[in-house]
Write a protein that binds this ligand. Structure first.
Ligand code: PGA
Length: 245
């Protein structure tokens, strides 16, 4: 599999923006482009049956069904043809009190129905300054890997998103990303033998810094927030990532 670009629209975008983005990046061959849309837009991809773009939810509940107003189940995502879902984004951990246990439950629910979880991990500024970055991200990763059936772990993609780099315009240097990605892959291998974990970098990625990040041996792709909301710039970014192979 080539490099992966995951666009996280968060609570942004419109039907019109979706049309424009599909037109701009829908034919890209050398990278897999996944759009993580707000739940309200996840039925729109049915209008683009021929595009190469793949689709992701931004969040999902861990149970099949029930009295959980406002929530969406994995089965509902699967029914719409959604193949991926973000799990444990730092904004969910921070604003919606998602714990490592909840992240595990959601990851398991996705794997059981064949939806590929993109599990987000990342330290905050205080933790980085205290020299605890690797400890924090390893804990977040192992909370998931220790709880999923090892045969299914290969379907998980991890996104390293340092909280201090998200939406701040201050991306982690390629060297920092490489150090953390390497540590995550090592932790994964020591937990599940021969697991080739794919790790994306996220946090202020744009068309100007994507190439340098992608040159790092353990950066397998990027997770993009703000820079995915402007179609032409996003196409440039995708081309940089595609050109890195
Ligand atoms: P950003 O967001 O690219 O706007 O920093 C990344 C993310 O939160 O996924």
């Amino acid at each position: 599999m080539g490099p992966l670009v995951v666009a996280n629209w968060k609570m942004n975008g419109s039907e019109q923006l979706l049309k424009t983005v599909v037109r701009e990046v829908g034919g890209l061959a050398e990278a897999t482009v996944v759009l993580a849309l707000p739940a309200a837009y996840l039925s729109l991809p049915k209008g683009f049956p021929d595009t190469s773009i793949e689709w992701a939810g931004q969040n999902v509940h861990w149970l099949d069904s029930g009295p959980y107003t406002g929530e969406v189940s994995v089965g509902m995502l699967a029914e719409l043809g959604v193949g991926w879902c973000l799990v444990g984004h730092s904004e969910r951990r921070q604003h919606f009190a998602e714990t490592d246990d909840l992240v595990l439950a959601k990851t398991k629910a996705c794997l059981e129905l064949g939806i590929r979880p993109i599990v987000c991990v990342g330290e905050n500024l205080q933790e980085r300054k205290a020299g605890k970055a690797l400890e924090v991200v390893s804990r977040q990763l192992l909370a998931v890997l220790n709880g999923v059936p090892s045969a299914l772990a290969q379907w998980i993609v991890v996104a390293y998103e340092p909280v201090w780099a998200i939406g701040t315009g201050e991306e982690a240097s390629p060297e920092i990303a490489q150090e953390v990605h390497e540590a995550l892959k090592r932790a994964a291998r020591s937990n599940i033998k021969a697991l080739e974990l794919r790790v994306l970098y996220g946090g202020s990625v744009n068309a100007d810094n994507a190439s340098a990040l992608m040159r790092m041996p353990d950066v397998d792709g990027v997770l993009v927030g703000g820079a995915s909301l402007e179609a032409v710039g996003f196409r440039r970014l995708c081309e940089q990532v595609a050109g890195s192979v």
